[in-house]
Write a protein that binds this ligand. Structure first.
Ligand code: AQP
Length: 336
């Protein structure tokens, strides 16, 4: 096979991460991890627990240690198969932190200052605007470039960071010679942006302090039904996807993401019925979708030896790939 054919037939690489800032939400699942599971069949997938990224905000070390291991187990419970995908914990591969330093030396101060996430998080935590928060995009660029990823599944909130990564990679290639593949955004055909149940104009988040706002993927059926019952809607009593109906739009989005039904089909199904019936239906399908994850997770946590071995295996395989790119990068930059 010549080089062109080999490049054309190569399985494309997908890379993505999730922060161990708490139990995953229904948003993390429907917006990201469920798609990651499907992508395993078609791509070489690298998925990691982004524990270095999660250090930029205040946290309790003991809780974080536990959460990182649990996040790894949750990824497997959601159907990521370590024999198909490379699943690992970011800090176990020192090349990420090393690469971040090298790339931060190519990161323009002005570009970093313009990052929306930096501005948002600084405004939210004015008492803790640390350098890690500022150079976060360089760490993220390293995550992606170390594995020569072709595609990175990104939400709207991350497109700026991906653009930054492409710029840094292009700058590096220009100055030091062709080294990095320029990654592209991957926009899945299915996938949903899930909003808070209590405040449907804000996204559902792991760290939301309002217990009623968020469905966690380990919530039991009773809790899920209760949370959906108290979801904020409107007084129109009409299941229709329309501007101004944020609460109902969110519930329809969730119902559609789980059942695969279109918005029109959902509107028909609940025509003439009250919001109570609709909320119960949404809660029921979500609880059913998450049941297997809950069972898988309980099983995994009981098997500490399997989990430790899977974590170790992920570390070894990821390190091999990352080290190779890191060494090349160091050599090109003139380190001996
Ligand atoms: N509400 C959401 N709807 C759809 N997708 C979502 N994601 C997060 N929330 C939603 C996607 O989940 C992936 C992993 O996210 P992350 O853990 O790296 O960070 P995040 O986006 O900051 O998630 P959270 O839950 O809001 O965490 P905290 O509260 O710690 O900030 C990403 O692909 C993200 O788009």
């Amino acid at each position: 096979m010549n080089d062109t054919n080999a490049a054309a037939s190569r399985r494309r690489i997908i890379l993505s991460g999730i922060q161990p800032t708490g139990t995953f939400t229904l948003g993390n699942y429907l917006g990201a991890v469920k798609n990651w599971r499907q992508l395993q069949e078609e791509y070489d997938c690298y998925y990691f627990v982004a524990d270095l990224h999660a250090l930029t905000v205040y946290h309790d070390p003991a809780a974080r240690r536990k959460a990182s291991r649990e996040a790894f187990a949750l990824l497997l419970a959601c159907g990521l198969d370590p024999t198909k995908s490379l699943v690992f914990i970011q800090s176990h591969v020192p090349a990420h932190a090393q690469m971040a330093w090298m790339l931060s030396c190519l990161s323009p101060f002005g570009d970093l200052s313009r990052m929306t996430q930096f501005k948002d998080k600084s405004a939210k935590h004015p008492e803790d605007i640390n350098a890690g928060l500022f150079t976060y995009p360089a760490l993220m660029a390293g995550d992606i470039l170390l594995y020569q990823a072709d595609y990175v599944p990104v939400g709207a909130d991350q497109t700026q960071h991906l653009e930054f990564t492409r710029n840094i990679a292009a700058r590096f290639n220009h100055i030091y010679g062709e080294t990095f593949r320029l990654p592209e955004g991957y926009f899945p055909k299915t996938g949903a942006r899930v909003m808070s149940l209590a405040e449907p104009t804000a996204k559902m988040s792991k760290s939301d302090e309002n217990a009623k706002a968020t469905i966690f993927i380990l919530d039991d059926e009773k809790t899920i039904l209760k949370k959906f019952k108290s979801a904020v809607t409107d007084s129109e009593a009409l299941v229709a996807f329309r501007e101004g109906k944020d609460g109902i739009n969110n519930l329809m989005t969730i119902y559609s993401a789980v059942t695969g039904k279109s918005m029109e089909a959902i509107a028909d199904e609940f025509s003439g019925k009250g919001y109570g019936d609709f909320k119960t239906a949404v809660g029921t399908v979500v609880a059913e979708e998450l049941r297997e994850i809950r069972e898988n997770y309980a099983r995994l946590l009981k098997d500490a030896a399997y989990l430790d071995a899977a974590i170790m295996d992920g570390t070894e395989r990821a390190s091999q790939i990352a080290e190779k790119t890191l060494r090349k990068t160091m050599r090109k930059m003139g380190l001996v």
